[in-house]
Ligand binder design. Structure first.
Ligand SMILES: Cc1cc2nc3c(=O)[nH]c(=O)nc-3n(C[C@H](O)[C@H](O)[C@H](O)COP(=O)(O)O)c2cc1C
Length: 216
């Protein structure tokens, strides 16, 4: 495939959905999000909960990566990760973050902007222990975002931890847990014909949410 000038000859037209209207939007953006996520699940996407999370470090440099949305906590979008990772270090110095979902089968995207807070330890603990034991050992083993010399080194550390824990309970590591992204803005984007898409953004106000329509 030639990618120097990547252009599809069969550019998709986004015509799946009826218009996204202010009048049919749910008043609570989290409920609106939940409705769209349920639709993304129902059309059989592999990871409908995958969101691209962008952070900015102490030097003002942005970075982005995919994490899994794990539900609402304290009115925010929760995700779990390593507290020593690159994203976590960025969030320590700058708690502002943004996340996007892209559901191609629905021709829809959601953008979230706000501040990130750590989840209470008890919430992380409950989630950690709801995961398969193999994932728990994986979390203990990984020094996320650190350079490792070889795959073998990582595998040896994993094998050592598997031997150490056997079938025993794996304690929640101090450097692992959840965050929630508390939104001040949530945009719902829906594809329309000829790239004249619908964009409705909820902005947090002192007394609730204001919805604005943006040009595509
Ligand atoms: C589909 C998918 C889901 C992922 N889910 C998570 C997640 O929930 N938590 C996480 O820490 N990393 C997750 N990752 C890995 C991250 O994208 C990333 O590699 C990792 O968090 C390290 O990022 P950082 O070095 O910027 O901190 C996922 C990757 C993909 C492709």
């Amino acid at each position: 495939m030639k990618v120097t000038h990547f252009a599809r000859t069969d550019m998709p037209q986004y015509i799946r959905n009826p218009p996204l209207l202010e009048s049919t939007l749910i008043g609570d953006p989290l409920a609106q999000f939940a409705a769209w996520l349920a639709e993304a699940v129902s059309v059989g996407m592999i990871e409908p909960a995958a969101m691209t999370l962008a952070t900015v470090d102490a030097d003002g440099r942005p970075s982005a990566r995919v994490v899994l949305f794990k539900g609402f906590e304290n009115g925010g979008f929760s995700f779990y990760t390593h507290y020593d990772s690159r994203k976590a270090r960025a969030l320590t110095s700058n708690p502002h973050a943004a996340a996007t979902f892209w559901w191609d089968r629905l021709e829809r995207s959601v953008r979230i902007e706000g501040k990130v807070e750590k989840l209470p330890r008890a919430v992380s603990e409950a989630y950690f222990h709801s995961r398969p034991q193999g994932s728990q050992i994986g979390a203990v083993t990984s020094r996320q975002s650190q350079v490792v010399a070889t795959r073998e080194e990582l595998d040896a550390r994993l094998a050592a931890n598997e031997a150490r824990f056997g079938n025993a309970m794996v304690p929640l590591p101090a450097d692992w847990g959840g965050y929630c992204l508390l939104p001040d803005a949530i945009e719902f984007w829906q594809g329309r014909a000829n790239r004249v898409h619908d964009r409705l953004v909820y902005r947090r106000q002192a007394d609730g949410w204001r919805v604005e329509r943006l040009e595509p």
